[in-house]
Every structure is written in C-alpha cells, then in structure tokens.
Design a protein around this ligand. Sequence first.
Ligand SMILES: Nc1ncnc2c1ncn2[C@@H]1O[C@H](COP(=O)(O)OP(=O)(O)OP(=O)(O)O)[C@@H](O)[C@H]1O
Ligand SMILES: O=C(O)[C@@H](O)C(=O)CO
Length: 435
Amino acid sequence: MSLLLGAIADDFTGATDLANNLVRAGMRVVQTIGVPREPVEAGIDAVVVALKSRTVPAAEAVEQSLAAWRWLREQGARQIYFKYCSTFDSTPAGNIGPVTEALMDAMGIDFTIATPAFPDNGRTVFKGHLFVGDVPLNESGMKDHPLTPMTDANLVRVLQAQCRRRVGLIDYRVVAAGAAAVRERIQALRQQGVGIAVVDALSNDDLLRLGPALADLPLLTAGSGVAIALPANAGLVPSARASALPPVAGAQAIVSGSCSQATNQQVAHFIASGRPAFQLDPLRIAAGEDVVGEALAWAAPHLGSGPVLLYSTAPPQAVSAAQTQLGGAQAGELVERCIAAIASGLVRAGVRRLIVAGGETSGACVQALGIARLQIGPQIDPGVPWCHATAAAAAGAPLWLALKSGNFGGEDFFTRAFSLTTPPPDGAHRPAAAH
Ligand SMILES: Nc1ncnc2c1ncn2[C@@H]1O[C@H](COP(=O)(O)OP(=O)(O)OP(=O)(O)O)[C@@H](O)[C@H]1O
Ligand SMILES: O=C(O)[C@@H](O)C(=O)CO
C-alpha cells in the first residue's frame, strides 16, 4: 500500500483547503484531525494530516510535524507536502522555516520549494514578493493579524530570517519557460548551495507548468495552490464524483472567531440580511460570565428556521482593545474555548450543518466535537469545501462541516453556503459548485 501524497497542514482550515484542491484535481483524499493511530485504508491517493501547529512554539510545531511525517512515511507516502497559509502566516521564530528544515533533516534531502501562491484566492508571488489581491502582503489585512502580523512582502527575506539554509528564488520568467527550465534552475540553485527556493506564480497556468518539475522532489512546501498540478503527475484527472457526500438533514449554524477582513464583511452581510446573530464579548468571557449558556439559550428558539450566527468577529481596533486588557494569546484562547463549547452545544441541540470561520477557531471546534476525520465534498468558494464528518462524538450522528479560512469566501458566504447542503428533490448528490 503506498500513498501518492502525504500532507502535513499547519491548521485545520488550511488542511481542508488543500484537500479540496487535491479532490477537485482528481485525487481520493482523506483528511485526518491530528496524527491517526490506525493505518490508512486501501484506495486512498492522499492523506492530509491536519495539525494545529501554526502559532504554537516552533519546537512544538516541529515535534508535531515530525510525528505526522513518521506516520505518513509508514503509509508509504511517495511525496510529502507541508501546507501553510497562502499569506505565509509566521513570525521570525517560525514556524514555516523550522518545520521545513526539520522535515528536510529527517528526510535527508538538500532541496525543496516554498510557494504560497493561490491565484484563485488572489495570492500571487512575483519576484519573491507575495501579493494579496492588488496589494503587497504587508499592505493587506494581514498586517493587523492578531497572532501573526505580516509586515514584509519579500518572502525570500521573510523565510531566510527563519532558516539556517540559504533561501533563493525561482522567478516568474523561469516558471513561464516551463518545467525543463524550472528543473535546470533547481540544479543551478543546488550547486550554489541554496536549500529552499521561493517560487513565483501569477496564475493557475504557472502552477500547472510548475507541476511536472516538482514530481521528483520528495518534499514540497506551499499553500494549497500548487496542489492543483500534482494529481496530473500521477495521471489522474478531475472528477465531480470525488466530491459527492452523503446528505444530512438538521439545523444550520455558523460560529465565527475569525477577525479577518473577509469574515468581518461576511458577518456584516449576514446581519444585514436580517438573519439572527449573537455577539460574543471577550471581556464578558474573561470575567467568567456564562456566555456559552446564554448563547445556546438564545440560539435554541431560532434553530428551526434557518441559519443562526454566533460570533466574536470584530474589527482590528476592538481586537486590539481586548488584547490590551487580556493579553493577545489569552484573549485568543478564551474566545476559542468559548466558541468550541458553543459549537458542541449547537450540535447536541440538533445542528447538522455547521460553518466555523477561522483557522484557530476551527481547530478548537473540531477537537471539541471529537471529529477524527473528514471527507471532502462540494466547494462553496475557492479553498472552502463542505466536509462530511462521520463520527462527531458530540453529535452521535453525521455532520456537514465547513471550515472557512479567515480571508476566504465571498461576502454572502454565510447565506449562500447552505444552499449547497440541501439534496436536490430526486435525491441525487449535487455536483461540486463551479468556480
Ligand atoms: N473579539 C476578539 N478579540 C480578541 N481576539 C479574538 C476576538 N475574536 C476572536 N479572537 C481570536 O482571534 C484569533 C483568530 O484566529 P483564527 O485563526 O480563528 O481566525 P483567522 O486568523 O481569521 O483565520 P485563518 O487563520 O484561517 O486566516 C483566535 O485566536 C480567536 O480566538
Ligand atoms: O492557505 C490559506 O490561506 C488557507 O488555507 C489557510 O491556511 C488559512 O488558515
């Protein structure tokens, strides 16, 4: 039994994002929550192991990632993929550099690539500089991120600060010239002693051109974008059947701890559409008030009549104010624990279609729900699929779950997403949404 690809994702929404791109390009994928104890069953092309290692201390992230790698190696994974955020979320202490180098050391390899490019979501890399939509990373909303503020768009510089090995660049001209030129450039960089190369990509065509040149690299490090090119390396082709999920019926809810720009807009849009919404105040949580009980009591009478939203999402000034009073990490943890308890309570109350917004928030919720693995279903927006959780301990019944990365999704995401969860009248599964 051997897997084509074994992936290690540094957060849970990022893991579903990667799994989504692999499924859409034709791979049969399992996403596990944490490192599984059991071997993977036959017939699976890729396993994405979802960790919560993006913002933990670097040594812990390395330990978790190596444990995932050892398990993937035991499953016979032919290629390893370290998935991080398309906005390269990290600090000078890591964790992208330290985890990459620990994997390289463990695998005994001298070269890998790094590219967060994800053009479908507006992430492009040009001359080593990351753009988010029309602006450089350091001018995007990421400059205000509560845990990993990004203040430099030059990824060669950002990654070099985190690494012992030399970091180089494969620029857009080489990528545009095709796979043979990329292979040649990799050889030249190796000879110059470069261990990790940031790769430019401006479009999906760039990523598809890059794909064949990456087929023989034992380790890739990237956002989810480059994954669109990997299934073709094994002769696989896209198939809508790969994303069909068993239907579920039950109440609909959204919990949101993301404070990213896109989520702020989505929350505002949901409230403006007249749907019921309940705001969670970090200071009341910190004061020990029963915010969870209050939130669940508020939600109960609304659950029979369409989606409800429970959110701590707030604009940067409000987040800074809470952080000043409580401390950044403590505010984050308190809110995550509160939202996770609300998610469990909602599921016990009959919610079977649940959106969680925010990577850290998703990690906390999925763990609280006792979900061990996810099957990837139809895409709602680029990077965000519906997933099917067969064994949610809190539910005792199957659940559809969407883990939305902070900055992903259109403004009407929270209302539109649920239209994909209702099976068509003939009972046939809906195909993946076209984007
Ligand atoms: N009102 C608030 N004040 C302070 N911190 C908050 C508030 N609301 C949420 N938080 C914390 O901010 C962090 C948001 O991180 P999270 O990863 O969930 O969202 P995100 O960064 O938007 O998503 P992604 O990582 O997918 O881009 C969490 O730790 C959350 O608990
Ligand atoms: O790559 C991305 O932007 C997302 O998958 C993610 O990791 C956000 O947490």
